[in-house]
Ligand binder design. Structure first.
Ligand code: SAH
Length: 347
């Protein structure tokens, strides 16, 4: 039965080589198949033309090649493209290609739904169905690299794990996907062009620092006051700001890489001087840059973007204290493709 076969892309290169050896064939066949799967993106054993018919049939007998399919595409007036990505079990995630003058960034999903409960995020309102497999994450990137070449005549320049899901709650698969994205036999992308964004899970930030310090880390802070943060990100009760801070300090010790804080300013939530002072004090304890993100409405009355003058005040006071901040203009909001808006609305 089809479903009893294993997805061949769940196998590492070593496992593929071992499979061939166990079948009495030469190990380098594993290498060849790996290239077809990961470098050339082949979906069909029949296309693996440097293998004999018997070998292809052997693979056919043991494995399937699961792959994702683009089920729909929406294009924003600013050029952003949102892909609805259908997985082999018919679940859908979204991934977004964001072009600017000088770069094209792929925003990828790591889970179907999300494990966390940020009350300002549309994805959090979906049930977390499952983690994505490494190949499902890799394929989103591969497809957006092709789209970037097609629409913008250049390869992808950056990848951000800011789509659906909490990447650190799918740690192993995200890491396996990044390994393939950076592998010269996969997409060969430089790790420094990859940013993993997390809501801030201290234990896993430490693990990341120990194991994979080469890419960039962004943390969705949104408030440096514990009582405020846990109101808008209820899971943060389990991960208090001081414990999060220690984990980030550990990351910095290990990697020498500053962290980017993602921060939305909302009316009546984190728009007072006390909030700004708390952020300044927090940033003085860990080298960080603050990315002031525009709020993308998800229809909840409780959340309204603070006025421009408050955001400007944040910037002014951060700057006065020697803390770099940027304002991130929203992209793709007209098609619900902006941060926090990914919720499979079209489906
Ligand atoms: N789970 C990860 C990555 C996905 S969210 C994380 O939390 O970092 C990517 C970014 O969008 C996060 O910084 C998140 O806090 C922010 N975000 C969520 N909802 C948003 C909204 N409605 N408007 C603007 N940013 C939002």
């Amino acid at each position: 039965m089809e479903s009893e076969k294993k997805d061949i892309r769940a196998l590492s290169l070593e496992q593929l080589r071992a499979f061939f050896v166990a079948q009495g064939e030469q190990a380098f066949r594993g290498q060849q198949v790996y290239q077809w799967l990961w470098q050339k993106g082949t979906h069909d054993f029949g296309q693996m033309t440097n293998l004999s018919l018997a070998t292809r049939q052997l693979l056919e007998k043991h494995f399937t090649i699961n792959h994702i399919a683009i089920d729909g595409q929406q294009k924003s007036k600013d050029g952003t493209i949102k892909n609805a990505v259908r997985l082999h079990d018919d679940l859908i995630v979204e991934s977004v290609l964001i072009p600017t003058e000088s770069r094209t960034t792929a925003c990828v999903s790591s889970q179907v739904g999300c494990s966390l409960d940020c009350s300002f995020c549309a994805t959090a309102q979906l049930k977390r169905m499952r983690n994505l497999n490494p190949d499902e994450i890799y394929d989103q990137v591969k497809i957006m690299d092709q789209q970037s070449r097609l629409y913008h005549s250049r390869p992808l320049s950056n990848i951000v794990f800011m789509g659906m899901g909490e990447p650190l709650m799918n740690y192993n698969n995200v890491i396996a996907a990044i390994a393939k994205i950076t592998d010269p036999q996969g997409l060969g992308m430089a790790p420094r062009r990859i940013t993993l964004s997390t809501s801030g899970i201290p234990k896993l930030i430490r693990r990341l620092a120990d194991e994979y310090p080469k890419f960039k880390l962004a943390v969705s802070l949104h408030s440096a006051r514990q009582e405020v943060r846990e109101q808008i990100m209820p899971f943060a009760k389990k991960f208090p700001l001081d414990i999060l801070l220690e984990a980030m300090q550990y990351w910095y010790q290990k990697t020498s890489k500053p962290i980017t804080f993602e921060y939305v300013v909302w009316q009546g939530i984190n728009d007072t001087d006390r909030d700004i002072d708390a952020l300044v004090a927090y940033c003085k304890r860990i080298p960080a840059k603050v990315n002031l993100i525009q709020y993308n409405s998800i229809g909840a009355a409780r959340f309204q973007q603070a006025s421009q003058s408050i955001v400007a005040k944040y910037q002014r006071i951060l700057e006065k204290n020697g803390i770099v901040s940027t304002i991130r203009i929203s992209r793709g909001a007209d098609i619900d493709a902006a941060c926090g808006q990914l919720a499979n609305k079209k489906q």
